[in-house]
Design a protein around this ligand. Structure first.
Ligand code: EPU
Length: 425
């Protein structure tokens, strides 16, 4: 297992390019199952989650080719059984359910296991598929989905206890594109990644309207064709590096290949915390500079366009070393605070209670060996390490490699003093 050594105290400067979005790529890759023609997808980040998805597609019978960010997939002859060994590695593998049942009339996918960021049920995915005529059974740890007589459009409300579901909306959208008649999804997720998937599907010949709003209308078509698509920039990777700039760059850093309209909430909170954020006129680059007089603030995560839960850990790390008291509430994953125990080991003052972290900023963090517990928690520890006294050793780096493309190289490019140690336990 690799680990990352972060030698604290460096000043960041210069610029990097932000990669394509992991969370947009995953369902888009799965959507390639919907056609027997070739699809070409560009700017797929080279991270282990996209690699797992490509392995799943290969195991389902797809021909897959990948070279420098471009992926070609041809799903000419596929079968409906997603192998447990691969599916268990990544929860997002459930996105193959919708396309498989739409294309083949049946799918068998393992039930995803527990997840460190909290309880992650799939009831809403199943509700959506059932609403358009799929029959669902479980057998031997697998979900069996059948649509003997095909899928039929319907009206379905996908709101759950914690709001809309991103991958649940994606799954239903991918199944409904080949259903007979019209499907209307109410309380749909409107994250930019859902919009990117809808754009991809429309470019294949689907008829989807309203993606990006709470009501998506899908008129089923008989078949889809091949296409060529470029994935949107990763707003969470961009947001993570924006926090790095706020924490460790008095002179400022520039992030290229971003989308300003996807970074509104992170930008607003960095400004509120006293940092400087300026976008280029076209909104495709952002300059972030640490403020002279930073101050704590309050954050409550919410479905898009609210503050993203995937940025919660990184902001919590920033607040750990920001004067004043900050309050961070995660309404989407109230248990997603594993990073706080590790930050506390680095000298942070954080109390977590019932889905809310109260952070009393300290003047200095001190390095410690820490354990990455999930993707965004690991990113938070890297950020904290940039400002800690001494060398922070982040173990279980595979968590960060799931979703950040070449994070160590990008940090080095910005002048951070980090070092990947390969193969350590
Ligand atoms: N939920 C249900 N039932 C369901 C599905 C979800 O109750 O059937 C609940 C969840 O437990 C949660 C809320 O609904 O409380 C929202 O979960 P959602 O379904 O939207 O999460 P997801 O689609 O499984 C995606 C991202 C996550 C991100 C969430 C929320 C991908 C591959 N994953 O997951 O990203 O946190 O949306 O925005 O797109 C990450 O990148 O680190 C990550 C975890």
């Amino acid at each position: 297992m690799d680990k990352l050594l972060v030698h604290g105290g460096s000043t960041l400067s210069g610029s990097i390019n932000i990669s394509g979005s992991k969370n947009a790529s995953l369902p888009i890759l799965a959507a390639a199952l919907l056609t027997d023609q070739e699809v070409i997808i560009e700017r797929v980040p080279d991270v282990s989650d996209t690699n797992y998805m490509l392995q799943i597609l290969s195991a389902l019978g797809c021909e897959v080719e990948r070279y420098s960010g471009t992926v070609k997939i041809k799903a000419a002859q596929i079968h409906p059984e997603a192998p447990y060994d691969l599916v268990r590695k990544m929860r997002a593998s459930i996105c193959v359910m919708g396309p498989l049942v739409a294309r083949l009339g049946r799918a068998s996918v393992s039930i995803p296991g527990g997840c460190v960021i909290g309880d992650r049920p799939i009831d809403l995915h199943l509700k959506g598929l059932q609403a358009i005529g799929a029959e669902i059974d479980t057998e031997g740890g697998n979900i069996l989905i059948r649509a003997k007589h095909g899928l039929t459009g319907s009206h379905v409300d996908l709101r759950g206890k914690h709001g809309p579901t991103v991958l649940g909306t994606d799954n239903l959208m991918m199944a409904a594109v080949l259903a007979k008649g019209t499907t209307i999804i109410e309380s749909a997720a409107c994250e930019p990644e859902v919009v990117d998937l809808a754009n991809f599907l429309n470019s294949m010949g689907a008829k989807i309207e309203g993606a990006g709003s709470r009501r998506i209308t899908i008129e089923g078509v008989d078949e889809l064709s091949g296409t060529h698509h470029t994935v949107i920039p990763d707003r969470i990777e961009a947001g993570t590096f924006m926090v790095a700039g706020a924490l460790a760059s008095p002179g400022g850093i520039t992030l290229n290949r971003v989308r300003q309209d996807h970074l509104t909430e992170a930008t607003q909170k960095l400004l509120e915390a006293g940092h400087d954020v300026k976008f280029s006129n076209d909104g495709l680059s952002v300059f972030v500079q640490a403020g002279n007089d930073p101050k704590g603030c309050e954050i409550t995560t919410a479905p898009h366009p609210g503050f993203p839960t995937d940025m919660q850990a990184q902001f919590t790390a920033m607040f750990a070393i920001t004067p004043g008291i900050s309050v961070v509430e995660d309404t989407i994953f109230p248990q997603r605070f594993m990073h706080c125990a590790e930050l506390t080991r680095m000298g942070a003052h954080i109390k977590v209670d019932n889905g809310t972290a109260k952070v009393q900023g300290v003047a200095q963090l001190s390095a410690a060996p820490v354990m990455a517990s999930d993707l965004r928690a690991s990113a938070a520890l890297v950020l904290a390490g940039l400002r800690a006294r001494g060398t922070t050793e982040i173990n279980r780096l595979y968590h960060i490699d799931r979703g950040y493309e070449m994070i160590d190289e990008k940090l080095l490019q910005l002048g951070a003093n980090v070092q990947r140690v390969r193969g350590s336990i």
